[in-house]
Write a protein that binds this ligand. Structure first.
Ligand SMILES: [Zn+2]
Ligand SMILES: [Zn+2]
Length: 156
């Protein structure tokens, strides 16, 4: 019957839409912490309506802030009151307590990745790696749940 066929088609489409929505939900960093447990998601800037990952940068020419999109796969970032020296390796700190984020891995560019923890337990198995070099967009997302996603995208 034509009506049944149409109804079946509709239901299939709805299921696909819901699955896509689920994926979108998983592709957002909704929690991120400094080693002292401060949340570094702030609305100093927003990306796609979401609060940004906010980092304090210490460079040779002074300090400033960096706001990074919390959307995985979105490389948008914005420097705030920071004089960028392309290629400079800077210290990345908590905007609230200025505690430097710990180094945890080497970046392919030769600088280091620092760990931003996505759980208040500040465990290295659940973190985002951000490169210390200005202009290097390499970053990693590490968590048991998101490892597959990271493998597919290669970056966040
Ligand atoms: Zn802090
Ligand atoms: Zn790098």
């Amino acid at each position: 019957m034509p009506f049944k066929w149409l109804l079946g088609g509709d239901q299939t489409q709805k299921r696909q839409v819901i699955q896509e929505d689920d994926q979108v939900d998983r592709r957002v960093i909704d929690a991120c912490f400094c080693p002292n447990g401060h949340s570094i998601l702030t609305d100093i800037r927003t990306f796609q309506g979401l609060p940004a990952l906010t980092l304090k940068l210490l460079g040779k020419k002074g300090e400033g802030l960096l706001a990074i999109s919390p959307v995985i796969g979105d490389c948008n970032r914005e420097f705030i009151d920071f004089e960028q020296v392309p290629g400079e390796v800077v210290e990345i700190c908590c905007p609230e307590c200025s505690m430097p984020f710990p180094l945890y891995n080497e970046c392919p560019c030769g600088a280091h990745l620092v760990a931003l923890f996505t759980s208040p337990k500040t465990h290295f198995a659940q973190c985002i790696g951000i490169c210390q070099r200005i202009g290097c967009l390499h970053s990693e997302l590490l968590s048991e749940r998101d490892l597959r996603l990271f493998n597919r995208l290669g970056y966040f």
